[in-house]
Design a protein around this ligand. Structure first.
Ligand code: ATP
Ligand code: MG
Length: 279
């Protein structure tokens, strides 16, 4: 259930990357990766953010978490305007990010237990003597055996590694999780399991999600609302039902046509849903 209190408010946010161009690289141009984006996310809600490669989805996510400097605009979290220079510590506890490939961000020489213990220790989430118990709790939360703590990242499959990535993000007990294509690198059969885990964690922990993906199919079942991004701007945002049944923008309609339906029985369901009720 969502309450009508926005947890995150993004107001006219711009993130530009300076690039040197022209003769002798003397001219500075800008890649307008995020170019005037406004939207909000209510507590307990899942907002899907979709759009083609390079449209600025990751930059927007990284800007919200403070990994990219904001060029213009304002971001409010739980009613407070974010100042990323001073709020980094408190912010990093409240907003966490899950990346597409957790392997590249896991130190191969650290055991899973150490990976999870580190943020607990640095941010003093629990007393030092309670860390081993908290590590086990996190592993159980994401469906991994507690014996995983003494093993290394390479000993795990892609799906299991993503579970570790999720456990690490949850270690700081965040309220908002930015999920940047967290299942797109996984085997199709594993994708559904991880998506179910996200849903289950949301119910158990009351999490709020910004869920990034290329296509509409990937966010359909998890999103309450969907924002469609194109060339640095959100061109349309609406409930999942509205986006699927009553798309307004031409680009949203293009994305809907690209909605993959290899199964002919499902295809007919989609055709029906576009005419009538959402499945
Ligand atoms: N550090 C950077 N310096 C310069 N330009 C960048 C930087 N990071 C991203 N960009 C540019 O900003 C634009 C948006 O990139 P971004 O990674 O946010 O897109 P995306 O929607 O996440 O794409 P994908 O779906 O492929 O992950 C692209 O044109 C990209 O080349
Ligand atoms: Mg991206």
């Amino acid at each position: 259930m969502t309450t009508k209190k926005p947890l995150l408010v993004v107001q006219n946010v711009k993130t530009y990357y300076p690039i040197k161009t022209g003769f002798m690289n003397l001219k500075t141009d800008y890649v307008k990766a995020v170019d005037g984006v406004s939207f909000d996310i209510f507590e307990g809600e899942t907002v899907g953010l979709v759009g083609e490669s390079g449209c600025g989805k990751s930059t927007l996510g990284r800007t919200i978490i403070g990994l990219e400097p904001i060029t213009d605009g304002h971001i409010y979290f739980d009613g407070q305007q974010m100042d990323y220079r001073t709020d980094r510590v408190s912010l990093s506890k409240q907003i966490q990010i899950v990346f597409q490939d957790p392997y590249s961000s896991l130190n191969p020489r650290q055991t899973i237990g150490d990976v999870l213990a580190e943020p607990l220790r640095v941010h003093r989430i629990v007393a030092a003597r309670d860390i081993p118990q908290e590590v086990e709790r996190l592993l159980q939360l994401v469906g991994l055996p507690t014996t995983a703590k003494s093993r290394y990242p390479h000993e795990f499959s892609g799906g299991q590694r993503q579970r570790v990535g999720i456990a690490r993000a949850l270690a700081l007990r965040p309220r908002l999780l930015i999920c940047d294509e967290p299942v797109s690198a996984l085997d199709v059969s594993i994708q559904a399991q991880i998506m179910n885990l996200f849903k289950q964690l949301q119910q158990e922990l009351g999490l709020t999600y910004l869920f990034i993906a290329h296509g509409l199919g990937a966010v359909k079942y998890i999103s309450d609302r969907i924002a469609v991004m194109y060339a640095g701007k959100i061109v349309e945002m609406g409930t999942t039902e509205d986006i699927f049944l009553r798309p307004q923008h031409a680009y949203t309609k293009t994305l809907l046509r690209a909605y993959p339906n290899p199964d002919p029985t499902k295809r007919s369901i989609i055709q029906r849903t576009q005419k009538g009720a959402l499945e």
